[in-house]
Write a new protein. Structure first.
Length: 115
């Protein structure tokens, strides 16, 4: 199982970014996947999750209405569209897949929201 995040960077408040998570080594279309984030000095938290069929099962209250999770099973890729970014969204963003009760994580991508 291999997960690779990309798309992070520095953005001004109010700006947008789209993160991608490219998956390989397993049948991506058969599993739910999710985005987490971890800010400095804080615990890792769930941002949003999406089922194998594209149903969104969870989203943190702090990002509802601003972030959208999606997936393209043909490309083995999951996305996180982030709009109206705030400084408190600054964190390392990780994708996760759970297979047979084992969690697999990507290496993370840094998102920094600052003027």
């Amino acid at each position: 199982v291999h997960l690779v995040e990309s798309g992070g960077g520095l953005v001004q408040p109010g700006g947008s970014l789209r993160l991608s998570c490219a998956a390989s080594g397993f049948s991506f279309s058969s599993y739910g996947v999710s985005w987490y984030r971890q800010a400095p000095g804080k615990e890792r938290e769930l941002v949003a999750a999406i089922t194998s069929g594209g149903g969104i099962t969870n989203a943190a209250d702090s990002v509802k209405g601003r972030f959208t999770i999606s997936r393209d099973n043909a490309k083995n890729t999951m996305y996180l569209q982030m709009n109206s970014l705030k400084p408190e969204d600054t964190a390392v963003y990780y994708c996760k897949a759970r297979l047979l009760r084992v969690d697999y994580w990507g290496q993370g991508t840094q998102v920094t929201v600052s003027s």
